[in-house]
Design a protein around this ligand. Sequence first.
Ligand code: B1M
Length: 233
Amino acid sequence: MTEEVEIILSELDDEELVQQMHDDLYDGLQEEIVESVEILLSRQWTPYDVLTKALVEGMTIVGIDFRDGILFVPEVLMAANAMKSGMVVLRPLLAETGAPKVGKAVIGTVKGDIHDIGKNLVSMMWEGAGFEVIDIGINNPVENYLAAIEEHKPDILGMSALLTTTMPYMKIVVDTLVEKGIRDDYIVLVGGAPLNEAFSQSVGADAYCRDAAVAVETAKLLIAQKQQKAQIA
Ligand code: B1M
């Protein structure tokens, strides 16, 4: 008979703890993930490093095994929920910059698509970089985007799609903005694992953001360019 050894998370060194977090994420263990996130933060890890090195890397492993048919939807959902619990701890820390607001963004996952982990990361990173972010959630028809931009008057409209079947919906949103004559009022940024730069151009977006860090850089850059143009005009 094999004896189960209880792991004391706080006794693991950083490398072992991150490895354990990847395993705990894989097993969907929310409490353990929250505890480990707190331990790393108490060891002076930056919230960004905890997010990218422990949580995002762990979720990448889950993604690979989902693709390969080793994990199925219920397990992936549990992993996603564990990741979200960790993000609850990190969110206020990433947002805590005290910097003046550099711009406003509306972001949402497109119609037919309920993936939101990547979008939530982008929201958090934007908030952390000093943006005011209005997150309209998942499964958004064009009407939701229109209502949100009408209400909040953002600089940026961000769209996320994780499925090859839902990514074309981004074109419907951009085309609707064009039809209404308001396309140029917004910087349109798109992202999600199946997208690329060529796709972004084909739907008429301003830029494709490979990941949350790129989403921050791109948003800052395009807002600065827009402000420069406005000054010249
Ligand atoms: Co889904 N799923 N899923 N899934 N799922 C994928 C996307 C898939 C690639 C898995 C696979 O087969 N390998 C595959 C899509 C295949 C395809 O279209 N080619 C797939 C499938 C098929 C499905 C279902 C159809 C499965 C089924 O029911 N048979 C179903 C669809 C449901 C629907 O949406 N209608 C489904 C369901 C689910 C769950 C509900 C179980 C769960 C989602 C839970 C949730 O989000 N709350 C889930 C998950 C978790 C995944 C994987 C495993 C992980 C996605 C993720 O969170 N990645 C995914 C496999 C994978 O991508 N490796 C998969 C981590 C996240 C940090 O990365 O989302 O890429 P990502 O975001 C990045 C960048 O892309 C970028 O920045 C983020 C941070 O760096 N980014 C943006 C994203 N959005 C952005 C927006 C921006 C800017 C940057 O705006 C400016």
